[in-house]
Design a protein around this ligand. Structure first.
Ligand code: ADP
Ligand code: MG
Length: 376
């Protein structure tokens, strides 16, 4: 299949918002997407991901803001005039139409010549490797095959933007991994621009060039997988990015970008990812893989250690996921490369650069109104 000819330079979302009655499902989404990018919208259930996607698709009118392609408003266009392809979680195939007729449907709606439709359907079937299933009905296919039909149906239209809403969440784990690779392959080989909604951080990190993390309708952070992985902007993003240990500690002293934090049987140096004052209660985020279990007699190289008792050891192939408890009863999750004995005492240490200090509150400073006033 030819790569999409119908391209653009930039897609801009400016202060896009949507409320339902008094409830703000999406607030001030600002994002510029470059052609060819793969963007993931990531966040827990109810954070506004589908709302954002449906606003883009034209299935929901905006209550605030505008959407522009190369400077021209598209949010005022009806859905079918936007020239976007949609792939939904539930596939939304026509049950009474064969696979090839499902794929042909959108092309027929565009009144394309018959030969062109035949060619594009054949290309689409080959693309998702469903040539053998062309005459079958959706009900005769597996979930993964149905999802591939839904993807083929969207991409044969050569849309300028592909929107996918949790397209893999109804598939089993193995198929989910296969289809993930498939989606990234199609994105690259067809030169698509894709906006992909998921609540699965691993899926988002592995697929996307950039991620948009949402919480309660508000953008928390936009960045590359590396940026989000290494430098989450607040504890909520850290939590989503696999910083499984989020511990409330008190700032004992501050020196430059480091601070001593203590409480719950812990006293360590950590990095100020957000500013905090002495005496303040903060959230310290540490990944299990950054908590090092010292071998008996091993020197912590000048760092303080945390004494903890091993509770539960789970074998995970290459490593062990271990739940420990500090002397003051705080659970800490660590990764170990040898099997630890439940009930034994271990010494843990962490590089201060990998223990990140965040304010407990997620509120931005200033109200929305004040921020809006400051911008204008
Ligand atoms: P997500 O896709 O991230 O799970 P949604 O965008 O579906 O979240 O929903 C965001 C919020 O908006 C939720 O609180 C949801 O209940 C609400 N919401 C979504 N659609 C509607 C609707 N049609 N009417 C009323 N509230 C809605
Ligand atoms: Mg949703």
């Amino acid at each position: 299949m030819a790569s999409s000819t119908n391209t653009f330079e930039t897609l801009e979302l400016k202060n896009v918002g949507r409320s339902f009655g008094g409830h703000n499902a999406l607030v001030d989404l600002n994002l510029t997407v470059r052609a060819g990018e793969f963007i993931a919208l990531l966040g827990p259930s109810g954070c506004g991901k589908s709302t954002a996607l449906n606003c883009l698709a034209g299935l929901l009118p905006l209550t605030h803001g505008e959407i522009l392609i190369d400077g021209k408003r598209v949010d005022i266009l009806p859905s079918e005039k936007r020239d976007f392809g949609m792939v939904f979680q539930n596939y939304a195939l026509f049950p009474h139409l064969s696979v090839e007729k499902n794929i042909a449907f959108g092309l027929q709606m565009r009144n394309l010549p018959k030969a062109e439709i035949t060619r594009r359907v054949a290309d689409g079937l080959a693309l998702v490797k469903l040539q053998e299933q062309a005459k079958k009905l959706p009900g005769q296919l597996s979930g993964g095959q149905q999802q591939r039909v839904a993807i083929a149906r969207a991409v044969v239209l050569e849309p300028r933007l592909v929107l996918m809403d949790e397209p893999l969440s109804n598939l089993d784990a193995k198929l989910r991994l296969e289809m993930r690779t498939e989606i990234r392959r199609l994105h690259q080989s067809l030169g698509l621009t894709t906006i992909y909604v998921t609540h699965d951080q691993e899926e988002a990190l592995s697929l996307a060039d950039r991620l948009v993390v949402l919480r309660e309708g508000q953008v928390q952070q936009i960045g590359t997988p590396e940026e989000l992985h290494n430098n989450p902007s607040n504890w909520h993003v850290a939590d989503f990015m696999g910083y499984r240990n989020i511990v409330d500690l008190t700032v004992a002293s501050v020196s430059g970008s480091l601070a001593r934090v203590s409480g719950h049987g812990i006293s360590i140096m950590a990095t100020l990812a957000q500013t905090a004052a002495v005496g303040e209660t903060v959230r310290v985020a540490i990944r299990p893989s950054d908590l090092v279990v010292l071998a008996p007699g091993e020197s912590p190289q000048g760092r303080e250690t945390i004494e903890a008792t091993v509770n539960v050891v789970e074998y995970q192939g290459r490593e062990f996921a271990v739940e420990t408890t500090t002397t003051a009863g705080q659970n800490l999750f660590v990764h170990a490369y040898t099997a630890l004995l439940p009930g034994s005492t271990v010494q843990l240490s962490v590089d201060p650069a990998r223990a990140l200090i965040y304010r407990s509150s997620l509120e931005k400073t200033g109200t929305r109104r004040e921020l809006a006033g400051a911008r204008s």
